[in-house]
Ligand binder design. Sequence first.
Ligand SMILES: [Zn+2]
Length: 148
Amino acid sequence: MIRFSLVCDNGHEFDSWFASNESYEFQIGADLVACPHCNSVKVGKAVMAPAVVARKDRSKPVAAAKQSVALVSDAGGELQRLARELHEKIVASTVDVGENFPDEARRIHDGEAPERAIRGQASLEEARALIDDGVAILPVPILPEKLG
Ligand SMILES: [Zn+2]
């Protein structure tokens, strides 16, 4: 799907989705696209909106499925040291609730459990759902030696 920003002859701007550029040309040519504000079919492209999403799931931006990762040169081991330090700090200042983390984090957020710092395991989906619900959570840095 391609999103085009369109503008009608009365200056109304609106977005519309098309299967392809050909589909857009055809629908515009056949007066099948009407301005949602004034029903004018004299519409054309305003500026191309740089958004192309997979057909499967239009409700969520594709980028949301990705996590930030970094490929870094860490010759001196400085980043590993910082990651370990942060890891230890998190471990020292939180209570491990294990796999109950998603439920417990939500209960604390909702005021149903006493407020305290916890850590535990959550799947990517669970973590995303918590963030979507406004629960502030942080990823615990993975220690390089735990990856092997
Ligand atoms: Zn209009």
